[in-house]
Design a protein around this ligand. Sequence first.
Ligand code: NDP
Length: 296
Amino acid sequence: MSSVAFLGLGAIGRPIAKRIAAAGLPLVVWNRTAERARALAAEAHVRPAATPAEAARDADVTITCLPTSPDVESLLDGDDGLLRGMRSGATLVDCTSGDPTTSQRIARRLAERQIDYLDAPVSGGVSGAEKGALTVMVGGDAAVLARVRPVLETFGQKIVHCGAIGTGDALKAANNAMLAVHIWSLAEALALLVKAGVSPQVALDVINASSGRSNTSMNLFPERVLTRAFPRTFRLALLDKDIGIAADVAREERVPAPVLQLTAALFRVAHNALGDIADHVETVKLIEQWAGVEIA
Ligand code: NDP
């Protein structure tokens, strides 16, 4: 049985860590704000650690789940850093929705110490994490994935090897870029329909039986926009980051992607307007403001 360290108990990291603990794997957790690690220790079978190095010291598998790849890279160095704590033969699995270039650099630095690395971003949201039903998209060596798969299976239902290091990140960014496009385009469509005299309930009823439908139209808008609930489960700041990564990869790969570049620019505007703690679906409020209507 693998012993595990988990770093980053945020909106999605916390329920993932709880799944690992509930599966009975020995788990040490670390969080930048230590209180969150102590709070988890009070309700789950985990041991809080004072530093990343301490958390990773006895772990076969160390999992990180932070906002960005540079945040993960910043945990490598220093006396308290992962490079001090992790032993050779161990594996770092990064569940951050990261960027391929930084992941490849992290992997090279770890390889110098015989530590394996996988980029392993997840989809399925907080509710998927709570149910252990995430999709995990993995970049790196297939043999390393085979070794850590039992750990990933405690929170992931669909675990897919995507290719070399960085391909999990690229796939996650492309998926979330499509989510961003869906949110923006559906909000524009519903704003024009409300102005043209169609109720958003009627509009969604028809769209969801027609070719314009998506998870955004079938689930996100009915549950979060029409109800005006706008629960905060996935920060707009993080979706802004994800579509920015997709736009960067398109540029680096010389793929013309004007819709993604424009959507990245629009989400940067929304992030600046709505702030760091707004949920991604709250982007709709900006489009409503521009149109002078409420989609409700
Ligand atoms: P949150 O913003 O809720 O949490 C971020 C976590 O990272 C917190 O534990 C925070 O610590 C920690 N952190 C932030 N910056 C640093 C840093 N520089 N050094 C160390 N720790 C840091 O994010 P989420 O949990 O929502 O997202 C985590 C990752 O998962 C992101 O890449 C996101 O894109 C991805 N993701 C999120 C989903 C969701 O539904 N929320 C779905 C799929 C992927 P502290 O407590 O001190 O603030």
